[in-house]
Design a protein around this ligand. Structure first.
Ligand SMILES: O=C([O-])CC(=O)C(=O)O
Ligand SMILES: [Mg+2]
Length: 579
């Protein structure tokens, strides 16, 4: 076995063709792939094509289903109604999650139909916050593997592993190494719930075909002692590989992906730890189509909220002062995009526009005196100031109009902090972005109460509406899921080969433009999720337009109406008729 595998990974005759019959020379092994029409019992067990009781009489005859189903024929709408009823019967969100995952494995179109038609209700189940709990317990709830697992055991053979995935025309990969899952830390191999969840949203919110989506978890070990000692843990039982070993492995992965899928495959990095995320993005952004959701997606969604919020706060972006708690991927990513947007609008150099943006990390305000010991991604934010060692004092010193939490640590926007913001600003803007809900810097209720109803509030995970002094406040969900599905779809539909920061700005502006007067009246700075497919089409169109303008789009000629084109390319989950 060993020698065969070695031969396979270094083909001699057929160029770069590990399994293919066409190019392999006679001394090479090939895989006898077959393509078959699914019918009968197998058709009912193929989630892509199964329609359950919705198969028509004619289909039951033509596809050997007679007797395999009870006589009744249901519509997809009735199936949807039944499933929503059964999901609503579970009190525990994790049970709803498991029910949804089981549906995805049984009947893919019905899964997406439910998700699209009930997006506000089901997003918190298949996504934050419930997906966080699912990852923590992934080993116990694990039944059938989803996505592709690439562990250090596969070193030297990653291309082969990619070939084992049954779908060949992949357009989007979401990959994690599980080291920083939401604000929950290192969950190792169990981080798989995140790429799976993100890609479900690529399809439901963005319209990418499910078969074109590939979730991947790279397992280089975990430093989570609890998991290492958990008998149900599903990953490698070793501490994380680091340094050269880690980067070599990631490089093999990135090379194999490009070799297998070509130039136009989008790789979305998700929930990598700070110490790798910035480096990986910097390294691969010039050679691959890569997008870091935690740095760039979060930045784009927050900037959209800020642009929209100006209607409520007044002034232009350049008139505001920003303070962040948390100087990791999200914090510095958002800060940089704000600085870039202000610079573009005012023509002031970005080195200057950064000066209205301040960050606090675990050691206090980032100031020039700390420059020597700061990690590279924090250095641009080390402005002249005396040391300040806690958030409350930083608020008092910097006097921000906007306070943004990206620390991954819950309960850090205390009553004193919110009151200080409310004391200095008629309408303070506060964003508690850390996920899941347990890690939010404060709740919506706290923000509205402590500011006497004056705050404009948004959070990363959803909070319910809250009535203060007779007025209903609807908190925004400043989550990157507003952006990445439409953003990625825009790249895919235009055949774009590189991501440029201007595309992020285009996405922010497209999202902000979807907020209407009616929304503003309710204190909203994001449009409702119920409209997300339309929103995604607009984001996709703006991103594609920018890609064409920059000359990195390869789908030529450029469609004249990009919004219409986006809408026409989107996957819809309605059942298809079978001949
Ligand atoms: O997954 C989410 O809800 C947002 C996100 O990327 C993160 O928190 O890492
Ligand atoms: Mg993330």
């Amino acid at each position: 076995m060993e020698s065969v595998l070695k031969d396979l990974s270094t083909p001699t005759g057929g160029v770069e063709d590990v399994y293919g019959e066409d190019c392999a020379t006679e001394d090479q092994c090939i895989t006898p792939w077959t393509i078959a029409v699914s019918s009968g019992y197998n058709l009912l067990r193929d989630p892509r094509y199964n329609k359950g009781l919705a198969f028509t009489e004619r289909e039951r005859d033509a596809h050997y289903l007679r007797g395999l189903l009870p006589p009744v024929i249901s519509s997809q709408e009735l199936q949807e109604k039944k499933l929503m009823q059964s999901i609503r019967q579970y009190d525990v969100p994790l049970h709803k999650y498991v029910a949804m995952m089981e549906l995805e494995e049984r009947n893919e179109r019905l899964f997406y139909k439910l998700l699209i038609d009930n997006v506000e209700e089901l997003l918190p189940i298949v996504y934050t916050p419930t997906v966080g709990e699912a990852c923590q317990k992934y080993g116990s709830i694990f039944k059938r593997p989803q996505g592709l697992y690439i562990s250090l055991n596969e070193k030297g053979r990653i291309l082969e592993v990619l070939k084992n995935w049954p779908e060949k025309s992949i357009q989007v990969i979401v990959v994690t190494d599980g080291e920083r899952i939401l604000g929950l830390g290192d969950l190792g191999c169990q981080g798989m719930g995140i790429p799976v969840g993100k890609l479900a949203l690529y399809t439901a919110l963005g319209g990418v075909r499910p078969s074109a989506c590939l979730p991947i978890t790279i397992d280089v070990g975990t430093n989570n002692e609890k998991l290492l000692n958990d008998e149900f843990y599903i990953g490698l039982r070793q501490r994380r590989a680091t340094g050269q070993e880690y980067y070599d492995f990631l490089h093999e992965f990135m090379s194999a992906v490009k070799q297998n899928y070509g130039e136009k495959i989008l790789v979305q990095f998700e929930d990598f730890a700070n110490h790798n995320a910035f480096e990986l993005l910097a390294k691969y952004r010039t050679s691959h189509l890569v997008f870091n959701d935690d740095i760039q997606g979060t930045a784009s969604v927050v900037l959209a909220g800020l642009i929209a919020s100006l209607k409520l706060l007044g002034g232009a972006l350049c008139d505001h002062t920003f303070l962040f708690l948390g100087a990791g991927e999200a914090g510095t990513g958002i800060a940089e995009l704000i600085a870039l947007e202000i610079s573009n609008k005012t023509k002031i150099p970005v080195e200057e526009t950064r000066k209205k943006i301040w960050l606090v990390d675990s050691k206090g305000l980032i100031v020039s005196g700390r420059k020597e010991t700061l990690q590279a991604f924090k250095k641009p934010w080390a402005h002249e100031h005396e040391p300040v060692n806690n958030l409350l004092d930083a608020v008092k010193a910097v006097k921000p109009t906007v306070l943004i939490g990206t620390s991954g640590t819950g309960r850090t926007f205390t009553k004193e902090v919110v009151e200080a913001m409310a004391c200095m600003n008629k309408r303070p803007l506060i964003m508690a972005l850390s996920n899941p809900t347990s890690q939010a810097e404060c709740t919506a209720e706290e923000a509205y109460t402590w500011s006497e109803g004056r705050v404009v509030f948004a959070s990363g995970s959803p909070f319910p509406s809250f009535e203060y002094d007779g007025k209903l406040n609807i908190p925004g969900q400043a989550n990157n899921c507003y952006i990445f599905p439409g953003f990625g779809f825009g790249l895919v539909m235009s055949g774009t080969i590189r991501v440029h920061d201007d595309m992020l700005l285009a996405a922010s502006e497209a999202l902000a433009a979807q907020v209407t007067e009616e929304h503003y009246a309710k204190g909203m700075i994001y449009p409702p999720f119920a409209d997300i497919r339309k929103i995604s089409a607009h984001i996709a169109a703006s991103v594609a337009a920018k890609a064409y303008e920059l000359g990195v789009a390869t789908r030529l000629p450029r469609p004249a109406d990009l919004v219409k084109y986006a809408e026409s390319c989107m996957y819809t989950p309605n059942y298809r008729s079978y001949r």
